[in-house]
Write a protein that binds this ligand. Structure first.
Ligand code: T4K
Length: 417
């Protein structure tokens, strides 16, 4: 890959025959997993707080240093249950720069998500802006530890305390990360983890609520099982949020490989850092290496003023090479439905979010990606930026063919599940 004609977008063969996804699932020891599945089948205990779920809950609680871990079928339902169990109503302050589930978990229960701007250095809620968003209807703040980087937990705790608000965290991306030596999971009233297939630690689908609050934990445990307290006795409103044994078997097996998954993510992170260094306008977000971190996201900020090409043009170029880079979390929850219709002017209060969502780009990592692939991805990015203005000019000429290119892009996506 030495010259622009080598780029697939200009007609050359794609750099990769197979697609490179951002988050291919990490798979632990298959034999251990199959052994567990066989045990599960022999036992004929498939769900409803089975032995694997109990073991997974105990291990996660011990690892995070929290009193309670309640395994749930996914993080979205875990958020919904935590929000309901905490008794939230009215308005809740959340970032817009997050996966849509954070906002939907509130709106689903007719609680209004009030989108608050981020600190552009951390991509997390800006505590200085949070206080401006508080009204008499505000019940809580839900911070998101985006990319696994901790929120400003001390400042948020202080604001919550002063205004008598609940404080929850969407810690979906932050399993295995710490802040000032304390594991994420023990901040606020409760935190929610995701173990979705695309997270570095997965239970196929899955999640958990972790908390040190005994009463809250008891309510959450009841609510994820229809409110049942023993047979024939329902004492609370509830739903079906249970994790099944198959997921827990995957989780227990994944836990045994956790260090290896993190090691690979770290190795990938450092390689991207080395090979992207010095490319003008390309800034890779960094993690605090003094803390525990899962390094599961490789996120770039693309500054068109220096790269010559926009983030979206770079995405198109990468997709043509079968590198399925993602624009997490474009365009921000406030510009997605139903919020976009409810609050058409929300963006006026979100200037930093609006700037950042135009620049972010997530790249492939995890155990499915190796040094050769990362090397090639970085080479493509370097080549493009070195010839930024020329690439832009050639892309503009391609605009007439844009519709056919977009179709092709969709086909690439469809033909590679
Ligand atoms: N809060 C936050 C901050 C979150 O990030 C999330 C989830 C949640 C809450 C809710 O958690 P869950 O209810 O899901 O437990 C993906 C995931 O579906 C989602 O879990 C995750 N965040 C989000 C960041 O990413 P999509 O729409 O990008 O997924 P998708 O299907 O495009 O998959 C991503 C990549 O992984 C693709 O490149 C394909 C590849 N892939 C995917 C699956 C499912 C595989 O290679 N194998 C697979 O099995 O949302």
């Amino acid at each position: 890959m030495n010259e622009l004609n080598d780029l697939a977008i200009f007609g050359s063969t794609p750099a990769f025959a197979e697609p490179l996804h951002v988050g291919r699932p990490n798979i632990g020891n298959r034999e251990r997993l199959l052994e567990r599945v066989n045990n599960m089948l022999d036992r004929r205990w498939l769900t409803n707080h089975g032995p694997y779920v109990q073991e997974l809950e105990q291990r996660i609680a011990a690892m995070l240093g929290v009193e309670h871990c309640i395994a749930i079928c996914n993080a979205t339902v875990a958020l919904e249950i935590a929000i309901r169990a905490a008794g939230l109503t009215g308005e809740v302050i959340v970032p817009s720069l997050t996966f849509i589930a954070t906002a939907h978990a509130l709106q689903w229960q007719e609680i209004t998500p009030v989108f608050c701007d981020i600190d552009p250095r951390t991509h997390n809620l800006d505590p200085c802006r949070v206080e401006d968003m508080i009204t008499p209807r505000t019940a809580a703040i839900i911070g998101v530890h985006l990319w696994g980087r901790p929120c400003a937990v001390e400042a948020l705790a202080e604001i919550a305390r002063r205004h008598n608000l609940k404080l929850l965290y969407d810690a979906a991306p932050a399993f295995g990360c710490s802040h000032r030596g304390k594991m994420i999971g023990s901040f606020g009233d409760a935190e929610v983890l995701s173990f979705h297939a695309t997270k570095f630690f997965n239970t196929l689908e899955g999640g958990a609520v972790v908390t040190n609050d005994d009463d809250l934990a008891a309510r959450i445990r009841l609510m994820q099982n229809f409110g049942f307290e023993g047979y024939d006795r329902v004492i609370y409103i509830g739903t079906n949020g249970k994790m099944n044994e198959m997921s827990a078997a995957m989780g227990l097996t994944s836990l045994e490989s956790l260090d290896e998954f993190i090691h690979v993510n770290y190795r990938n992170y450092k390689q991207y850092q080395r090979e992207l260094e010095g490319i003008p306008g390309i800034q890779q977000i960094t993690y605090d290496e003094a803390e525990k971190c899962n390094y599961q996201y490789i996120v770039l900020e693309v500054d068109q003023a220096y790269t010559g090409v926009s983030r979206d043009q770079l995405v198109d170029i990468l997709w043509a090479e079968h590198v399925l880079a993602r624009r997490y979390f474009y365009p921000g929850c406030h510009r997605m439905e139903p919020y976009r219709s409810y609050f058409p002017h929300a963006g006026l209060l979100l200037p930093e979010t609006e700037k950042v969502v135009e620049r972010l780009l997530s790249l492939p990592t995890g155990t499915a990606v190796g040094p050769d692939e990362i090397g090639k991805i970085c080479q493509i990015i370097r080549l493009v930026v070195e010839h930024g203005p020329q690439v832009r000019e050639r892309l503009q000429k391609l605009v007439v063919k844009e519709s056919s290119y977009k179709c092709q892009k969709m086909n690439v996506y469809r033909s590679f599940p």
